[in-house]
Design a protein around this ligand. Structure first.
Ligand code: F6P
Length: 323
């Protein structure tokens, strides 16, 4: 192996820069040239490549986002798009690619692998929805940002005896909402994986009010079948059911933009090093992930597009702890 490239794709996640740095420096350590591809698959198709030295990735480990830039690139889903990408890679004599990203990005990586181009992925998404990975890059930081917001909302909620619907990101996964709800001491969580009846939710909040609670925090995952706006609409129409008056806060992209914490920096660094070790060993079609406390891999074939189940016991625990 002489020459590899690395890109970040999909939603940026805190820790992506630490992964880029690790790929570049462990690649250089092996005597390889490492190219950074700007703006994900978009840059792969248009030839936006830059040779990276060890100094180019200095001072980035603590930065959120991705210094390589990211993009959603629907064109890459077409056969023409992938052909363009392969042409750009081959023209530069690049022999393998590292793709840092979540489910959608790893689906693209799998396509390249199936076309015979060596690719290793690194599991990175705040959604924590990558099958085969216990926790992906960015989850811990995003969770801490959501928690800080919930802690602050509790202060103002208690002052006014209000309920807050707090919407977290996560796409179709309820992981962020569930864990933020448990760690934030929420009164209820509303998740895509479990059905919530608005009447029953209103009853629970009413009971919390009658038990003398000063506030009620309801953490709602953006992918829940009833999102925060729909629930707010329902509660506005049945205000008497709740006890508390209601406000809505959508955390949105705030959760993605933070500086990575120690957990994400070290996870990303170890996964970056693992991805390069995989390429060195001649592996392709695998994603570097953390599972059962180990830095290991899952194949693209096993991981992509597969729903990752949410722990029903944790959901039940969240309900019990809300008493
Ligand atoms: O996949 C990460 C994520 O932040 C999801 O939680 C969210 O649904 C989506 O990306 C938002 O995408 P965009 O940044 O393109 O609006």
């Amino acid at each position: 192996m002489k020459r590899i490239a690395v890109l970040t794709s999909g939603g940026d996640a805190p820790g992506m820069n630490a992964a880029i740095r690790a790929v570049v420096r462990t690649g250089i350590d092996r005597g390889w040239d490492v190219y950074g591809v700007h703006h994900g698959y978009k840059g792969l198709m248009t030839g936006d490549f830059h040779l990276l030295g060890a100094r180019d990735v200095g001072g980035i480990i603590q930065l959120g986002g991705t210094v390589l830039g990211s993009a959603r690139a629907p064109e890459f889903k077409t056969a023409d798009g992938r052909r363009e990408a392969l042409r750009e890679l081959n023209q530069r004599g690049i022999e393998a690619l590292v793709v840092i990203g979540g489910n959608g990005s790893q689906t693209g990586a799998y396509e390249l692998h199936q076309l015979g181009f060596p690719v290793v992925g690194i599991g990175s998404t705040i959604d924590n929805d990558l099958f085969g990975a216990d926790i992906t890059i960015g989850v811990d930081t995003a969770l801490n940002i959501a928690l800080e917001a919930i802690d602050r909302l509790k202060v103002t909620a208690s002052s006014h005896q209000r309920a807050f619907l707090v919407e977290t990101m996560g796409r179709n996964s309820g992981y962020l909402a569930l864990m933020a709800g448990i760690a934030g001491g929420a009164e209820a969580v509303v998740l895509p994986e479990f059905k919530t009846e608005p009447e029953l939710l209103a009853d629970e909040i009413r009971q919390a009010y009658e038990r003398g609670k000063a506030h009620a925090i309801i953490v709602v995952a953006e992918g829940a079948s009833l999102d925060a706006n729909e629930l707010a609409h329902y509660f506005a129409e049945h205000e008497e059911k709740l006890g508390f008056s209601l406000r809505v806060t959508q955390l949105g992209h705030v959760q993605r933009g933070g500086m990575p914490g120690a957990f994400d920096r070290t996870l990303a660094t170890r996964l970056g090093a693992k991805a390069v070790a995989c390429l060195d060993a001649g592996d392709s079609g695998v994603i570097a992930v953390q599972r059962a406390g180990e830095i290991t891999t899952v194949t693209h074939e096993d991981a992509v597009g597969k729903p990752k189940p949410l722990d029903a016991e944790l959901y039940e625990l969240a309900r019990v702890l809300a008493k």
